[in-house]
Design a protein around this ligand. Structure first.
Ligand SMILES: C[S@@+](CC[C@H](N)C(=O)[O-])C[C@H]1O[C@@H](n2cnc3c(N)ncnc32)[C@H](O)[C@@H]1O
Length: 240
């Protein structure tokens, strides 16, 4: 299949192509296919002209009912109703390609975004992804932290965030990120009145499972208030 160019890096030195299945990067005389194995199989592919990340064939961005994953990130961040002019601190627990982190950093009321990712393979692919460039901008608002959020969060100061975006992989792949123990850490690092969004997904819905109900109960038991499930975003908004 022919390679179609779809984008260049900001400095114009890298050009990106797709054959419909893979994304390729060409820098000078060198060309790379943007997929790799590191215990799991990681791959970038295009969805309506925007790169998405797949891990072992599972999409890491929700695109059902959205034109692109960027629209999903916009709606999640919009739903947090970030107040302007406060230099708020945002925690984005699971970076992926960083679309939710990047979208939150665009808000005038945000001063700093901490985004965490435990897979070096994902960080490598995000460094290639032209639409993840703002994550790595020198002097930008975003700090990328490499590590497992369930461990990293224990080292974070109490009341250190005003907003949290918790967009983990589906429940079966990362049950610890849906646990009461993790929610208590989330509660601890949230300042009073902090708002959170927690993606829970919809796996098992057809067979009568409602992951959101268990997650909402555990969040409430932890102390979060004003919980609201958003079926389009497949996640829960709540307040500390
Ligand atoms: C659903 S994606 C996040 C998508 C992201 N919000 C975006 O806009 O691109 C989940 C990401 O979390 C990462 N991840 C999984 N478990 C993690 C953990 N314990 N700590 C940090 N990152 C984790 C995965 O490697 C994956 O990149």
């Amino acid at each position: 299949m022919a390679l179609l160019p779809f984008m260049k890096s900001r400095d114009g030195k890298t050009e990106f192509f797709t054959d419909g299945s893979f994304i390729y990067a060409r820098r000078g005389k060198e060309a790379y296919r943007l997929d790799l194995f590191d215990r799991h199989y990681y791959k970038l592919r295009l969805f309506n002209d925007v790169p998405i990340l797949e891990i072992d064939g599972l999409r890491m961005q929700l695109v059902k009912d959205f034109e692109t994953p960027l629209d999903y990130a916009k709606e999640v961040v919009g739903g947090l109703h970030i107040r302007p002019g406060r230099m708020a601190r945002v925690l984005d627990t699971c970076m992926g390609l960083g679309y939710t982190a990047i979208e939150s950093a665009k808000k005038a009321g945000v001063g700093h975004v901490t985004t965490c990712e435990f897979s070096e393979a994902v960080i490598k692919l995000a460094k290639w992804n032209p639409m993840s460039e703002p994550l790595f901008e020198k002097g930008g608002k975003i700090e990328v932290v490499s590590g497992d959020i369930s461990e990293l969060i224990k080292t974070m100061e109490s009341s250190s965030f005003d907003y949290v975006i918790h967009d983990p992989p589906r429940f079966s792949l990362a049950p610890q990120l849906y646990s009461s123990r993790f929610y208590s850490e989330l509660f601890r690092v949230c300042g009073p009145g902090a708002r959170i969004f927690h993606y829970v997904g919809s796996v098992g819905k057809k067979s009568g499972k409602h992951i959101e109900q268990g997650a909402m109960k555990r969040l409430m038991d932890t102390g979060f208030k004003r919980l609201k499930y958003d079926s389009r975003l497949q996640g829960i908004f709540a307040e500390r």
